[in-house]
Ligand binder design. Structure first.
Ligand SMILES: [Zn+2]
Length: 319
C-alpha cells in the first residue's frame, strides 16, 4: 500500500538580531554579513520558507503545511537589518517578519543591553561595584565577563529599577565617549522601507522591557500601545508579538493573557522547538540563530527540518 504523505502542520521559526558587530555582540567585521548570507541561502535551498502569518494561520486551523516549513524573523530593529538582511532576503525571494520596538524607532528608549555593555567596556575605573558585587576591569577579558554578568543582572530588573541601575553604573564606570543609541537602530522612516519592500512587522514591546517583571496592567498597556503605534505609523497590521528576551521568566501567564487581551494573533518566545497545532499560540517557539556561525548554526536544529530528498543539510553543503 502506498505510504500516505504526512500532512501534519509543523512550523519552524528562526530569528536573528544584529548582523554587524555591536558592543553587546562583538564579532570580526564582515563575519555576520557572510554568515547570514550563507544561512539564508541554506534556508532557500533546504526549507520551504513561508510568511509567518501563513504558518501561524495554518497551525491555528490545523491545515497542513509543506514539509520543512520555516518562517524567518528578526528582532529589535537593528539598522543593519535593512542594509544587509533585506537585500539578501529580496534577492532570494524570502519573506520575513521584523519585530520592532517603538521606543528604539523613536530614539526615546535607550537600548539598555548595548548601553550597559558599552559602559563597562569603556569604563575609566579599574573596577566597579554593582548590585553588591565587585568586578575587576583591568583586562579586556575581565571587562567582557563583567559586562555580560552585569547585563544579566539588569535583565532581572523592572523598567524603573533598570533605569536607576543604569544611571548608577554610568556614574561608577565614568566611561568616555557617547553610549550607543539610536544610530544602531532603524528609525520610523527606515522602518517604512521594510514595509515598502513587502516585509511584515510585529511588536517587540514599547521599550524592550522584560514583560514578566512588570505588573499585569503595565504589560497589557505596553502591548496595546506598541501595537497601536506600529500600526498607526507604519500603516500595516501588527498581529504578532515577540517577547523581549523570550525565555522562561521573561514572559509568563500574565504576559500571554496581556497578549491575547491586546488582540495579537500569536506570541513568540525564544524557546527552541518546532510548532504544531497544539502549541499554545501565545507560547510559540523560535530558534535564535547567530549569523557569525554561518550554516554551522543549523546543527542545533532538528534533523528533520532541513532534510531534502533524503539528503541532509549540513554546514558542508553550503561552503
Ligand atoms: Zn529583543
Amino acid at each position: 500500500m502506498a505510504r500516505q504523505p504526512r500532512t501534519r502542520a509543523r512550523l519552524t521559526v528562526l530569528t536573528w538580531h544584529n548582523v554587524d558587530p555591536t558592543p553587546c555582540f562583538p564579532a570580526r567585521p564582515g563575519t555576520g554579513r557572510r554568515g547570514l548570507a550563507r544561512q539564508l541561502a541554506f534556508c532557500r535551498r533546504y526549507a520551504n520558507v513561508l510568511p509567518l502569518e501563513v504558518g501561524v494561520q495554518a497551525l491555528r486551523e490545523g491545515r497542513p503545511l509543506p514539509p520543512r516549513a520555516v518562517a524567518l524573523t528578526f528582532d529589535d530593529g537593528y539598522r543593519d537589518n535593512l542594509a544587509h538582511a533585506v537585500p539578501l532576503l529580496a534577492r532570494l525571494g524570502l519573506p520575513a517578519t521584523f519585530f520592532l520596538v517603538p521606543g528604539l524607532l523613536s530614539g526615546t528608549a535607550p537600548p539598555w543591553w548595548e548601553v550597559a555593555t558599552w559602559t563597562v567596556l569603556r569604563a575609566r575605573a579599574g573596577s566597579v561595584t554593582f548590585a553588591g558585587r565587585s568586578y575587576a576591569l583591568r583586562t579586556p577579558v575581565e571587562r567582557t565577563g563583567a559586562a555580560r554578568r552585569i547585563t544579566e543582572v539588569l535583565k532581572r530588573r523592572t523598567a524603573r529599577g533598570r533605569r536607576t541601575a543604569l544611571a548608577e553604573l554610568a556614574d561608577r564606570c565614568a566611561a568616555q565617549g557617547r553610549p550607543p543609541g539610536a544610530e544602531l537602530f532603524l528609525d520610523w522612516e527606515s522602518a517604512k522601507d521594510l514595509v515598502r519592500h513587502g516585509f511584515a512587522v510585529g511588536s517587540h514591546s514599547m521599550e524592550h522591557n522584560i514583560l514578566a517583571l512588570e505588573d499585569a496592567e503595565n504589560q497589557r498597556d505596553d502591548l496595546v500601545r506598541s501595537r497601536y503605534e506600529l500600526e498607526d505609523r507604519l500603516q500595516v497590521p501588527v498581529d504578532h508579538l515577540a517577547y523581549p528576551n523570550g525565555k522562561p521568566g521573561d514572559c509568563d501567564e500574565a504576559t500571554f493573557a496581556a497578549a491575547a487581551s491586546a488582540g495579537y494573533a500569536a506570541g513568540f518566545t525564544t524557546m527552541g522547538g518546532r510548532n504544531i497545532p497544539e502549541t499554545p499560540r501565545y507560547e510559540l517557539r523560535r530558534f535564535v540563530l547567530n549569523p557569525n556561525r554561518g550554516p554551522a548554526a543549523f546543527a542545533l536544529l532538528p534533523r528533520q527540518m532541513l532534510r531534502i530528498r533524503g539528503e541532509e543539510g549540513t554546514c558542508g553543503s553550503c561552503t
